[in-house]
Design a protein around this ligand. Sequence first.
Ligand SMILES: *Cc1c(COP(=O)(O)O)cnc(C)c1O
Length: 360
Amino acid sequence: MGRIYNFSAGPAVLPEEVLQEAAAEMLDYKGCGMSVMEMSHRSKVYDAIIKEAEADLRDLMNIPDNYKVMFLQGGASLQFSAIPMNLMKNKVADFIVTGQWAKKAYQEAAKYGKANKIATSEDKTFSYIPDCSDLPISEDADYVYICENNTIYGTKFHELPNTKGKDLVADVSSCFLSEPVDVTKYGLIYGGVQKNIGPAGVVIVIIREDLITEDVLPGTPTMCNYKIQSDAASLYNTPPCYGIYICGKVFKWIKKQGGLAAMKEYNEKKAKILYDFLDESKMFKGTVEKKDRSLMNVPFVTGDKDLDAKFVKEAAAAGFENLKGHRSVGGMRASIYNAMPIEGVEKLVAFMKKFEEENA
Ligand SMILES: *Cc1c(COP(=O)(O)O)cnc(C)c1O
């Protein structure tokens, strides 16, 4: 049995080259006589791995020197708490709630201060991004929070909100490194890596230096304290060593593809194949507003639950796995992250066409 086309939303497909490289280095990393899993995180060899990973990420995203990069644990979900603990100096933050993940972050922040929901698209099952050009930003808000790509619903902020001078905090878990980004527009960018970068267990936080202070909420756990974590260069305790090593390989793979501009071009090309088909199909329909469509997560439905289930089952049997939609939306969802080859999408569309003909 060979490799399948894996449309999972996360943990998700990784570049085959990266997996092969990791396999080749599994027993003996560069003559060390051991796996990266087995070595001290304080060793010279590992120090080079984590430093190189950070340098490559900085290079890829063009991260300015006044931003820190941290490789942490606890997933994106722990940041739902860490962010307010570190940034809520006035104990006020504004949230744009465009899906479950933004909602969870909003609910978590409400434990630590005043979390204001200043816009939401919940009225239409999060199928669009609200107009964020002139929102009632709170005067004393410490930051404005968004989930930039909504993994479950398949929407993306193609334009960042007007924060009226407040720092923008963005969860980019499911669009990390999918296209070029202007880091200077954000106070903090973060994401779990298991969607588009690496294995579960690593979360990357990119934060403007002046936002890192000793003035955190009382009771903030040491592990959630950005000052401590950044002073220790992600080595306060044992980091997720192996995961960071794989992330580093993916950074190099993206560089080899031509960087984020090339990645964007490739992702647009892939997504267009699927969206064009959804727009012309009589059976399959996309579920979100066209202008807000994500390049990474593409939800669609037939409008008939039994037919959806039949499709998911037959697709899996044909080698297209993990197409079942999130339980809160139903239908199907194809996650077509960086590492999904274009052939995967072309073949999926061919399969959908055939299914449509057979079930018309
Ligand atoms: C998957 C996901 C999360 C949750 O990530 P964990 O690492 O499981 O905590 C948060 N935000 C977004 C946008 C996601 O896609």
